[in-house]
Design a protein. Structure first.
Length: 255
């Protein structure tokens, strides 16, 4: 059972290695035996372990597990802000957000930094990176929920078991926090962000995508209405989403 479990891990790690690059790129320093293990073809690795004393094989397995965690973290984390990335968001909506027949209340907050191109043009990419890092820090400090950097200056917060009112409160708190950020390297720099909030009970990934799109639409409305504000999805749109959710929900088997 031990060897079989390890073999399954060997197969799983190969895909992760391809995703995030060479083993040597990570902080954990592998032992010489573990380095040999990784260099072997997949079909030779189990044979390699079988030739070693059990304690040595166990040590390699421990280092193997450490690499799995390191590689997974790298594959699902934005390297600049240390937030979860778009791949992590995609996996989240495929797994924990829904299951067949299960309904869950979700609030999505979509937001992006106002006039970010102007920040880059004025303060350079170092200034832009500083803004992204500080906005990410503000997001982490002002919510206990999952924060993602979707790309560029775009972010998303997924609040599980939260209502529209709760989503709006978090968005307003974060909007104020971003507006209050002070940059020691750039004392004249001030940034704001525009937010969209949409909340609904969902039962499948299709309605979650619609909910995300509605939050994006509200964020766009916040920008077109003057920026640095929160727009919440109106009740009519949420009712339309509820109807879509009912239509797409799994139907109970006929008696």
């Amino acid at each position: 059972m031990y060897k079989l479990s390890l073999r399954l891990r060997v197969v799983a790690i190969s895909g992760l290695l391809y995703l995030v690059g060479a083993v040597s790129a990570f902080a954990i320093e592998p032992s010489l035996l573990t380095q040999q293990f990784f260099k072997l073809p997949l079909d030779k690795r189990l044979e390699f372990l079988n030739r070693l004393p059990f304690a040595t094989s166990l040590k390699i397995m421990e280092e193997f597990d450490a690499y799995v965690k390191e590689l997974t973290n790298a594959a699902y984390t934005d390297s600049l802000t240390c937030l979860k990335n778009r791949r992590a968001l995609s996996d989240l909506k495929q797994s924990s957000l829904h299951s067949d027949g299960a309904f869950r209340q979700i609030s999505v907050i979509s937001f992006d930094i106002d006039h970010f191109k102007k920040v880059n043009d004025t303060y350079g990419h170092d200034g832009g990176d500083e803004v992204l890092v500080e906005v990410a820090r503000a997001a982490i400090q002002n919510t206990r929920d999952i924060v993602f950097r979707k790309g560029g200056e775009e972010f998303e917060i997924i609040m599980l078991d939260a209502t529209n009112v709760e989503g709006e409160l978090v968005a307003q708190r974060l909007r104020n926090a971003i507006e209050a950020i002070q940059f020691s390297k750039y004392p004249t720099l001030k940034v704001t962000a525009s937010f969209g909030v949409a909340s609904a009970t969902i039962s499948n990934s299709e309605t979650f995508k619609v909910l995300q799109g509605l939050a994006d639409e509200m964020a766009y409305a916040a920008k077109t209405n003057g920026r640095n504000q929160v727009q919440v999805a109106p009740e009519k749109r949420l009712c339309e989403l509820a109807l879509i959710n009912i239509q797409l929900a799994p139907q109970p088997p006929k008696p």
